[in-house]
Design a protein around this ligand. Structure first.
Ligand SMILES: Cc1ncc(COP(=O)(O)O)c(C=O)c1O
Length: 440
């Protein structure tokens, strides 16, 4: 299907090209951007009225569908009541209610909610909390342990604990050193545990940060809750704080409300964002235990957590998040999450032996298909662009990570929309096999 642009659209795109700098985009070679004017359920609509299935929830944020009427109503009411207030010296009912409701959902050891603006800042806050916790206690601990190829965001702290390479190479010399252990993939668990033990024994470790069960940007790399529990046990032996970055995995993505709900251990710090507001407003949350919070209480002003943003605890964002939690309280949301898990499972079984697939894996509502390729399998693999364009031309937004195409859809996605996605993944793989002579 070729795309035709009417003159209005051309003028929007010309205006975009003249003034806007898009994220994660090589502006010299990028395809023209699509001008999206409306969203409804799992669909995004272009100005020409073309419907596109948002199979990646617009960068993993949208959980209940676009322009959800309940969230829209609550946000609109909030806008007419209080749009913003400073959050130091002042508070407001929405921030209090949201904190209470999140603590009801988080493990019982979580006692305090700190607000920021996005996933990166929620991570940044968690790193600083852990480091200052030890500083305030007068103990020198300034090392962080992270998993290899992790992605925790684009601010400097978040970049430092993320995988090093393409995305952050220009800043390599400015990032702080981090201790890295391999992802505990099936069959490699003992190696990872041994690496962790060696690092912990050297001492000076403040915290261990990880994306629990699924490393998103690394290519939906998945590992088991049992090994994460064993890693947390190890950290506990050395009194090291455990920081779960649930920015992507939170809010039902892995089948449970939080990925860490599948663990017997409770992390000390959580970072949340993306699905937090149903994907409506930018908001970040970092939660922590009473023990961490208490380490900042003192007559000594220097023990204060001197961190905040102009929009910390923004009332409109808090209203959106409370409205999103209302929808999570509905039985149909749980049923939809289960339905997607079951449908993905069936598709996984059906495709398991496809000659074009190197591996197909699933955790909850996240399904990842690793496509066989002779090229290197990094994010910059050419197959990525080929797949992205192929699916977009079929009216489906899928943004492969290198040779890994994955589905991470809003929970309201219909069976028919899921079928269209499955059919097109199958059709792409069949054609891929013919082109590259791949057989059983
Ligand atoms: C696990 C994880 N942490 C942090 C971030 C950063 O979030 P944001 O893009 O909102 O800064 C992301 C974004 O993809 C993520 O997947």
């Amino acid at each position: 299907m070729s795309r035709s642009f009417n003159s209005d659209t051309r003028s929007w795109l010309a205006r975009d090209a003249a003034v806007v700098w898009h994220p994660f985009t090589q502006m010299a070679t990028a395809d023209p951007h699509l001008n999206i004017v409306r969203g409804e359920g799992a669909l995004l609509f272009t100005e020409e009225g073309e419907a596109i299935i948002d199979a990646v929830s617009s960068w993993w944020v949208n959980v209940h569908g676009h322009a959800h009427p309940h969230i829209a109503k609550k946000v609109s009411e909030q806008l007419k009541t209080l749009e913003h207030t400073i959050f130091a010296g002042f508070t407001h009912p929405g921030a209090i209610a949201l904190a209470e409701r999140l603590l009801e959902r988080l493990p019982e050891n979580q006692k305090r909610i700190f607000y920021s603006d996005n996933g990166s800042t929620s991570v940044e806050v968690g790193l600083k909390m852990a480091l200052q916790y030890w500083y305030n206690k007068g103990e020198e601990r300034n090392k962080i342990i992270a998993l290899r190829d992790a992605y925790h965001g684009d601010t400097f702290g978040a970049m430092s604990v993320s995988g090093r390479g393409g995305f952050n190479q220009p800043f390599e010399k400015l990032m702080f050193d981090v201790e890295v252990v391999d992802v505990p993939l099936k069959g490699q668990e003992d190696e990872t545990l041994a690496q962790l033990q060696t690092i912990l024994e050297k001492g000076n470790v403040a915290s261990f940060i990880m994306e629990p069960l699924v490393q998103g940007s690394a290519g939906m790399v998945m590992y088991a809750p049992e090994i994460l529990d064993r890693m947390i046990d190890k950290c506990r032996e050395f009194d090291v704080l455990v920081h779960a970055d649930e920015v992507m995995t939170g809010f039902g993505r892995t089948g449970t409300f939080f990925a860490t709900d599948q663990l017997r251990n409770h992390p000390d710090i959580f970072s949340l964002s993306k699905g937090l507001t149903g994907g409506t407003m930018a908001l970040g949350v970092t939660s922590c235990t009473q023990t961490i919070f208490d380490a900042f209480l003192s007559e000594d002003k220097m023990k204060t957590f001197f961190h905040g943003h102009s929009f910390t605890g923004n009332p409109v964002a808090c209203a959106a998040a409370c409205a999103s939690l209302d929808i999570f309280d509905r039985k149909e949301t749980k049923a939809n999450i289960q339905r997607i898990c079951d449908r993905h499972k069936q598709f996984g079984i059906q495709m398991k032996n496809h000659p074009g697939i190197a591996e197909i894996r699933q955790t909850g509502t996240i399904l990842a298909v690793e496509v066989k390729t002779a090229q290197n399998t990094s994010y910059f693999n050419h197959l990525r662009d080929e797949m992205y364009r192929y699916f977009l031309n079929k009216g489906i937004l899928l943004r492969p990570l290198g040779n890994v195409v994955y589905i991470l859809a809003p929970y309201c996605i219909t069976d028919e929309q899921l079928n269209r996605i499955y059919d097109q993944i199958g059709a792409f793989l069949d054609a891929h096999c013919i082109r590259h002579s791949l057989h059983d």
